[in-house]
Design a protein around this ligand. Structure first.
Ligand SMILES: Nc1ncnc2c1ncn2[C@@H]1O[C@H](COP(=O)(O)OP(=O)(O)O)[C@@H](O)[C@H]1O
Ligand SMILES: [Mg+2]
Length: 300
């Protein structure tokens, strides 16, 4: 793809720490996302997934460490440079975040009006192409209130694609959708990645979705990345026999519990252990992290 060097990471996070006041949300986060791959960041609710995504798109700064996007440190950019960089990626937020007063087509056209000098006729064609990609060509004139949740997600995705981004960021793309619709969104994510060659970063706690779309996966737990590996590695861990799994270290057993949605394991043990918080995070303010349940139901 033009502008992307194939051996260099598209996103490079190094020693990224994020604190909100006294609460440390990310504790030294390293991650490379390579050109054209789909990287799934998975973890329980409150583990720091959305925060890491928001730092990668430059909407909040890290407290420490560096984040490079397309070879440039996003923390050192001024507002103009940041806006220029933002044109190179698309974001699909949890809600789809469409403007309700605009039709689907107008929503998709918006970034083109804001960021380009294209003629209205060209913009119309671009909008049709993007809506066709997500299967919404027939629905351009509808308002968000007139379409289903899945269609809103598709429309949000068409808008994220408007400027032909090199990177697509998704935050919980299947949140709030029924299983069939979320499976369709998964297929769309795969199709876009293949057809457009975009690099994708997907944050999710839905394991079915993660295993369907990922090339590689990163498991994050309480602000620590425990593992970044191929999808096959995680599949292998999920499916390995209990006898073998017992011999693994705690991080690996924790990942396996999360992947399988097991009721028993390190996550459960930790939730019931007061001492754990003292040992790991110290007393007082940081303890706010602990009560957050790390295990959520998946579609399995
Ligand atoms: N703007 C903020 N101010 C204070 N705390 C925040 C803010 N954003 C997130 N947090 C806290 O950071 C932790 C991780 O949040 P988040 O990244 O949204 O988790 P996830 O997306 O994995 O569910 C949570 O404890 C959350 O309350
Ligand atoms: Mg989140």
């Amino acid at each position: 793809m033009a502008g992307v060097e194939h051996d260099k990471p598209v996103i490079r996070c190094r020693s990224v720490v994020k604190r909100f006041g006294a609460q440390t949300v990310l504790r030294g986060f390293d991650l490379d996302v390579m050109p054209g791959e789909t990287m799934v960041i998975m973890g329980g609710s409150g583990s720091g997934k959305s925060t890491s995504l928001r730092m990668m798109i430059g909407s909040i700064p890290p407290t420490e460490g560096s984040i490079e996007l397309l070879g440039r440190d996003i923390c050192r950019m001024d507002e103009d440079e940041l806006n220029e960089t933002r044109k190179q990626f698309g974001i699909l937020f949890q809600s789809g975040a469409l403007f309700n007063s605009m039709t689907v087509g107008e929503n998709v056209a918006l970034p083109l009006h804001e960021h380009t000098d294209l003629d209205p006729e060209i913009i119309d064609i671009q909008v049709k192409i993007k809506l066709e990609l997500v299967g919404l060509r027939e629905h351009a004139d509808k308002y968000p209130a007139q379409i289903s949740g899945g269609m809103k997600k598709r429309a949000g995705l068409a808008r994220a694609l408007a400027l032909d981004p090199k990177i697509l960021f998704y935050d919980e793309p299947s949140a709030g959708l029924d299983p069939v619709t979320s499976a369709q969104i998964d297929q769309l994510i795969i199709a876009l990645s293949k057809q457009l060659g975009v690099t994708s970063v997907v944050v999710t706690h839905e394991m079915d979705s993660a295993f369907t779309i990922a090339d590689r996966m990163a498991m994050i737990d309480h602000g620590r990345i425990l593992k970044v590996e191929s999808r096959a590695w995680f599949e292998h861990l999920r499916d390995e026999p209990d006898e073998l799994a017992k011999t693994r270290d705690e991080d690996v057993r924790l990942i396996r519990q999360f992947l399988r949605g097991d009721a028993d394991g390190p996550i459960t043990a930790r939730q019931s252990s007061e001492a754990y918080g003292e040992a790991l995070f110290g007393p007082a303010p940081d303890r706010g992290l602990l009560p957050t349940p790390s295990l959520e139901p998946t579609r399995r």
